[in-house]
Design a protein around this ligand. Sequence first.
Ligand code: TYD
Ligand code: MG
Length: 458
Amino acid sequence: MAKVKKAYFCRECGFEAPKWLGKCPSCGQWDTFTEEVIAKATPSSAVSVAVGDMPHLPPQRVSEIERSSHRRLDLQNGEVNRVLGGGLVPGSLVLLGGEPGIGKSTLSLQLALTAHGLKTLYVSGEESAEQIKMRAERIGIGNEECYIYSETLLENILMQIKQHQPDIVVIDSIQTIYTETIDSSAGSVSQIRECAASLLKYAKTTGTSIFIIGHITKDGAIAGPKILEHIVDVVLQFEGDSNNVNRILRGIKNRFGATFEIGVFEMNDKGLRVVDNPSEILLSHYDEPLSGIAVGASVDGIRPYLIEVQALVSNAAYGTPQRNATGFDTRRMSMLLAVLEKRVGMKMFQKDVFLNFAGGFKVADPGLDLAVVASIVSSYYDRAIAEGVCCAGEIGLSGEVRPAPRTEQRVSEANRLGFRRIIVSGFLRKTLKVPKGIEVVYINNIGELPPALFCEKV
Ligand code: TYD
Ligand code: MG
């Protein structure tokens, strides 16, 4: 019997070592090495036979390389098309990551079911065909050319793909499929790497687009197989709060387009509904203004939207005050609190501060600084911000208010949604084009914010 060959792999980055190491020399993480059996029966030959060989071409001049087509596949889903940069590129490998239960299977099945005119194959290693059928009935079957296949062995999957020649394949999930050429169990680093490499080869040689679903760990990394991020063309992350119906599809890497786009969905009993106008779910409606609530005008990709932020500032019961932010970077909030303390003289060191963005949204837009500070100031003084006021601006360490990127778009969105006043950076005084119907208040320093917020009803 052949000797069992083993190796150690880093769960974070996939680094391979012949013996166990405490610290990964590649990514620097501690205690991430696991032992895996890698004895190869037939060294990856089974796969290459199934796939066919890549055409072998000598180096060519860039101007002489022919681009086969500019075609992009229309997935019949505006949000996903946009996040992909205008549709799915044939032959691309897309990794869809997300926490368990967030709706990855639902989204990908929905894409397979609604892509009219395209032949799709949904491969599940997690659910039986009947289970998938039940889910498909909830979503609604629109595409007669959608095939379902419940299988975990990669060689069988590739054989079926070759036979049916679909335009789009969904692999749900990469952690459940395995290849016979490696002895380690499904979900291990070497299995994931090998399976993804075979799928990549198939996608590139045949022009089939493949969606790979990957579960991610709590800390947000695509579970173990961070390695996958290098292999694939597009990395999409599906996120949201499982207690909330809103879901966001975010592009993290895209070889065929920009990565700043987001797609917004709402999970209901018939699957995921596209939300064309995110402001509709991100703004609450109150009978009278409440303290601690502010509205920020934000831009994600090319789309502006308005989002509500709530803050609660209360006296600290214990020595060290608590600082807690949901959907916002806690360190950035601490920085803003320090600026308020130093530049405005507010006694934040004795206060607990809690911050929350509406709809389970995670924001990274620095243009929302001003709205965050506005909500904190409002809660600190326990005074409601006048109705119809919103903010867009970044705050610097010396308390200066800097222009938020694309302020003009933010102003028009606020105007469109019926806001009567927007507070922006004074640097824009000369350049900003102001649409009719909205008043723009320019402030240079954070100290000028409270008067602009609390003046009489506008
Ligand atoms: P699922 O796609 O199975 O998550 P993942 O593949 O990311 O693990 O989504 C599971 C959740 O979605 C489940 O809690 C039920 C909910 N759901 C709906 O609310 N409506 C629907 O139409 C479907 C199909 C699922
Ligand atoms: Mg699933």
